[in-house]
Design a protein around this ligand. Structure first.
Ligand SMILES: [Fe+2]
Length: 329
């Protein structure tokens, strides 16, 4: 059975905690209370919490500090925080926003408003989670007939986020590329499995088929604005910076930045992954090929800025590869 949503209420006044408990329990939510921020942080480390209702003025650790702690820890940063303030001033709201609060409610609490805000914020968080889940499902579906199974798609997402971060891209871009990069090969859904699973070199005709997967990918993803980055990545991740790639032969900055980033991430992982039709390389070997080139790859294929970053953060790639290694390799 699905568990009830669990809400952590943090306030130094017993009276407010009792009120929140009564009100929210009556709607079927499971309520956990904490008398200050320190206790709240301890609870968050131990239990799965869906939402935090946070008072601002508390001893030991106030609401702003508590919120900052929640939002700076990768284990808890996804949990929405509603701040409850008796100081309905602009300054306290600004400080709250800076601390990462998602919503504000003023004391004295309007019960109907409180219930609606809680309901909406939980529904929004759910729809976000479902969106991420479905993107991953679609990406996994495309791997069904491919040799590159397992965590390849997740690793490419993580490497891409690492490069984007070091390039100084905004936080939203970094989060988006981590997710959307997993769709890079979704077009392989349309490729016959005898080609994808073929041992040995592909014929010219088979190669021609394989080169259709970017266009198939763009078609599968379609035109929804929320998936625009995924579409760019699927369509352009085999373009090369010097213009020798496919499907369009785009050159330099005409290639969307997200696709230029994924090109390096995908290449590194393909070199590391064992495939029957080519040897797989260790970290040093894969770096050497990306940076110096070999008979098929040239450094000119990649965005020079992104390649510079790869050189700089290559040890992080190795770590990520080890962390998300497929259990059978
Ligand atoms: Fe591809």
């Amino acid at each position: 059975m699905e568990r009830a949503y669990r809400i952590l209420c943090v306030d130094d006044e017993d009276f407010t905690l009792d009120l929140l408990d009564t009100l929210l329990s009556s709607q079927g939510y499971e309520i956990i209370t904490a008398l200050n921020g320190k206790i709240a942080i301890d609870i968050l480390a131990e239990k799965n919490i869906d939402l935090v209702l946070l008072d601002i003025n508390m001893p030991l650790m106030n609401g702003y500090e508590t919120c900052r702690k929640i939002k700076s820890d990768s284990q808890t940063s996804h949990i929405p925080v509603i701040m409850i303030t008796s100081m309905d001033s602009r300054d306290s709201k600004i400080t709250g926003i800076e601390a990462g609060a998602d919503e504000f409610l003023a004391k004295p609490l309007d019960h109907a408003e409180l219930l609606l805000r809680v309901k909406n914020i939980l529904a929004y968080r759910d729809s976000e989670e479902v969106f991420i889940y479905l993107i991953h499902s679609l990406a996994r579906a495309a791997e069904a007939n491919d040799m590159d199974t397992g965590n390849h798609i997740l690793r490419v997402g993580e490497y891409s986020a690492m490069i984007a971060k070091d390039l100084g891209m905004p936080e939203k871009f970094i989060e988006d590329i981590r997710l959307h990069a997993t769709l890079h090969d979704v077009g392989k859904l349309h490729l016959p499995s005898h080609i994808l699973k073929k041992e040995g070199k592909l014929t010219e005709d088979e190669m021609k088929e394989v080169k259709k997967h970017p266009a198939f990918g763009a078609k599968i993803i379609g035109n929804h604005p929320h998936l625009a980055m995924g579409k760019n990545i699927a369509y352009s991740h085999h373009e090369k910076f010097d213009g020798t790639g496919y499907p369009e032969g785009l050159k330099g900055e005409d290639i969307p930045i997200e696709a230029r980033i994924v090109a390096i991430a995908d290449c590194y992982d393909a070199l590391r992954n064992s495939r029957i039709y080519k040897p797989c390389y260790d970290h040093t070997g894969a770096c050497k090929i990306l940076i110096e080139g070999d008979d098929r790859l040239e450094p000119e294929h990649f965005d020079p800025k992104a390649l510079e970053i790869f050189k700089k953060i290559a040890p992080q790639f190795e770590k990520m590869y080890e962390n998300l290694k497929d259990s059978d390799s």
